[in-house]
Design a protein around this ligand. Structure first.
Ligand code: CA
Length: 697
């Protein structure tokens, strides 16, 4: 361990001690003592990621109802020592909440008092952040017996002892020379841990693996896209997929198809469902210029969990060219359709269509647009394929404002299905994009490789054109009837990138939003019943559990993830600063959050000396290397520093930061591999230009 790491750890210990004091309540047991264990019924806790392997995210608890939710109050809160995105689903068993936060750190709290029982920092190298598309997030742990299992940003899978947080084993699931990452939660099937990974845009080949719970040994691996055709295919599925990739050298770019979030499991059918991501690069013209569906990109694939073999697949976006992942949340349910009871799997992937499939064989039952869609007119029921609009693939000309964009009509934020109302609650959004070919594409392993020119998609300076785009950016809850394929009610939000959903047997739906309110709605009508000011944007999904007679609602509050990083001004009217905290509510809860101290912001740019051509060249470089973390137009949304507000002192050491990497400990690596000092200076001039543009507004 080097000195820097020790210093960081000491800071965390001190900070955590301070945070703990803040949130301690008189009811806390003695320091470090585990809470009393009791054998509770399964539905009292929240034992698995989607509560059950069907991933409905519906709680059967009904102590908190539409009639009494007005009495809901904060029971306790805990401030995490980090200030980046929080996306985890906390799990609750026997009075302990297990969760993860930024940089793949894990935490265990006493559920009733909030006391921190342990925390574990897997020491992810902070400069690994350059290999992440979408913030330093983690979506949670899996629990098996005395083990707490989770993945890390740098591709490791860890098992900790649930009572002490001590490391039991650690295994590497990815090649550390490649820009893989893990942000998704592991799932458990018997004694097998199933884990995928992310990193498509950075240049990797997707796969999902099974490991043993006891030792972390690899049991099987399923690749989602073919490798180099000169090598023998790893499985019959890969031999089948290879025929759908034509021309090009996709294996040099990895090909993508990462399984970075969604899974579900049907024990009766013994099928594991995985959601597969987009192509790498996004643009099929570069990846597979001869065309083809490029299996199994943007597909739901059903696997036999005993050996990882493919049973069936359904591709939502054949030949993906738009970053239309099918990694979005999948829900299993029994629905009455045309007088028959059907075992279905449901998904609202990025591409804007809501799919209902027969989960025994992958047959399409129905698909309709759940949001604004411009790339395809509809899904053909006979072929199961989208009917694309001419020009959607931007092969010869860039698109107009295209819906959805790469952020998706719905992203990873979990939906919820209530068997009481029969509705699926979708955290939906409109975030358009202009797709354009990158005529000078050069593959740079480990960096952002989309094969699209991002400059046309950036917000224009012209006020009217800009307003037109800003007006198109929106977010809402869609209460979707999956049988009729119709929206039953809608709650319109101030903007996109709102939290995941929870429904309960108390006729309630809970969701936090980008504007910082945590809300309870009536599940059948969408009526706003109760709200809480979380002082920060919320993107994570809530959960519910019962302990010692009280029903609780818990959610991780904290702003971050893909859109807050890249969104720029399109998001800044609703985005809230990141205050990373675990909030736990119960009826009659009386805890209060501390008052907010607003930081001071100001602009103090050096004079702009560069020519318009140099600023434009800087913009092009910014779009390729900086946009994905520092935002469209160098406008940040409180997750990474707003470069327009860089001080004169920071500008004096610009090259030491951008090329030399002096801030690597905060995740800002040096770009010496891909940027010359002259190019870094062009980017600086673009940032100075943006700063002057902001002060002139
Ligand atoms: Ca992607």
């Amino acid at each position: 361990m080097n000195m820097t790491r020790i210093a960081v750890s000491m800071f965390l210990v001190l900070h955590l001690a301070a945070c703990q004091q803040q949130s301690e309540s008189p009811a806390s047991p003695g320091a470090g003592a585990p809470p009393e264990s009791s054998a509770l019924p399964a539905d009292e806790g929240w034992l698995q990621h989607g509560r059950t392997p069907a991933e409905q995210r519906y709680s059967t608890l009904a102590d908190i109802t539409a009639d009494n939710v007005g009495d809901l109050g904060l029971a306790w809160y805990f401030d995490y020592p980090t200030h980046r995105g929080l996306e985890a689903t906390p799990l609750v068993r026997d009075g302990v909440i297990y969760s993860t936060g930024s940089w793949s750190m894990a935490y265990a709290h006493a559920a009733a008092s909030g006391e921190l029982l342990w925390m574990y920092d897997p020491q992810v190298p902070r400069d690994w952040a350059v290999h992440l598309c979408c913030d330093v997030v983690n979506r949670g742990v899996a629990l098996h017996g005395d083990r707490v299992i989770f993945g890390t940003l740098d591709g490791r899978l860890l098992a900790l002892a649930n009572d002490s947080g001590k490391l039991l084993w650690e295994t590497r699931t990815t090649d550390s020379n490649l820009p893989y990452s893990i942000t998704g939660a592991p799932r458990l099937i018997g004694d097998k841990i199933i884990i995928g990974n992310g990193g498509a845009e950075l240049g990797v080949r997707g796969y999902v693996s099974a490991y043993s719970v006891d030792k972390g040994e690899l049991l099987w691996r399923f690749y989602t896209v073919p490798g180099n055709p000169a090598d023998p295919p790893e499985s019959p599925a890969m031999a089948m997929a290879l025929k759908t990739w034509k021309g090009g050298e996709w294996w040099k770019y990895g090909g993508g198809g990462t399984v970075w979030d969604s899974m579900a499991y049907d024990a009766e059918l013994n099928l594991l469902y995985i959601g597969v991501g987009n192509g790498a690069p996004w643009n099929r013209e570069i990846r597979s210029p001869g065309g083809g569906d490029n299996l199994f990109l943007s597909s739901i694939v059903a696997l036999n969990p005993d050996d990882g073999s493919r049973v069936w697949h359904y591709q939502t976006t054949p030949g993906d060219s738009w970053d239309y992942t099918a990694t979005q949340h999948m829900i299993l349910a029994e629905l009455e359709i045309d007088g028959r009871s059907r075992k279905v799997i449901m998904q609202a992937p990025k591409n804007g269509f809501f799919y209902v499939l027969d989960r025994s064989n992958g047959e399409l039952i129905s698909a309709e647009a759940y949001n604004t869609v411009t790339w395809a007119t509809h899904i053909d029921r006979k072929t199961g394929r989208p009917v694309e609009v001419e020009g959607a693939r931007y092969e010869t000309e860039m698109t107009g404002l295209a819906f959805p964009g790469p952020i998706g009509a719905h992203n990873w934020h979990p939906m919820s299905f209530s068997p009481d109302t029969g509705l699926v609650y979708i955290p939906a959004q409109d975030v358009p994009w202009i797709y354009a070919q990158d005529r000078n594409f050069e593959f740079l392993p480990g960096y952002w490789n989309t094969g699209t020119d991002n400059v046309p998609a950036m917000l224009p300076d012209n006020p009217e054109e800009k307003q037109m785009v800003l007006d198109a950016v929106a977010g809402h809850i869609s209460a979707w009837d999956p049988v009729a394929q119709k929206e039953r009610w809608r709650v319109t939000h101030a903007g996109p990138w709102n939290g995941g959903m929870l429904s309960t047997a108390g006729n309630l739906v809970f969701q936090g939003n980008a504007s910082g309110e945590f809300v309870a709605y009536r599940a059948d009508t969408g009526e706003h019943l109760w709200g809480f000011d979380a002082q920060t944007g919320i993107v994570a999904p809530p959960i519910s559990f019962r302990y010692q007679g009280d029903q609780y609602i818990a959610v991780l509050a904290g702003w971050g993830g893909a859109l807050p990083l890249v969104g720029g001004e399109a998001l800044s009217s609703t985005s809230q600063p990141n205050r990373s905290r675990l909030l736990v509510f119960k009826l009659g809860g009386e805890e209060k959050l501390p008052p907010v101290v607003e930081p001071e912001y100001y602009f103090d740019p050096p004079p702009l000396t560069a020519s318009a051509e140099d600023v434009a060249a800087g913009k092009q470089l910014y779009a390729r290397f900086c946009l994905v973390c520092h935002g469209d137009g160098a406008v940040s949304n409180h997750v990474t520093p707003d470069l327009r507000r860089a001080s004169r002192e920071t500008h004096d050491i610009w090259l030491a930061i951008v090329v030399g990497g002096m801030h690597w400990q905060q995740g800002m690596v040096g770009f010496a591999e891909v940027l010359s000092p002259a190019q870094a200076t062009l980017i600086q001039q673009y940032v100075i230009d943006r700063s002057h543009f902001a002060t002139a507004q």
